[in-house]
Design a protein. Structure first.
Length: 59
């Protein structure tokens, strides 16, 4: 949510570090966001598309 709200990776890492009292690097945050995006994309590809059939004669 922070990333979608416009926060950068470094700011998100600082916020996460303070919240969880653990040191997070911005590269870790980048990797998490990248994986989440790839997962979302793969789930959308697996959704079944509705098939429509069109019968039209060409004269």
């Amino acid at each position: 949510m922070l990333y979608l709200g416009g926060c950068g990776f470094r700011i998100i890492a600082k916020i996460m570090s303070k919240i969880f009292n653990k040191s997070y690097r911005y590269q870790t945050i980048m990797n998490w966001i990248k994986r989440a995006g790839l997962k979302e994309m793969s789930e959308k590809k697996q959704e079944k598309a509705e098939v429509l059939e069109v019968n039209k004669s060409i004269d």
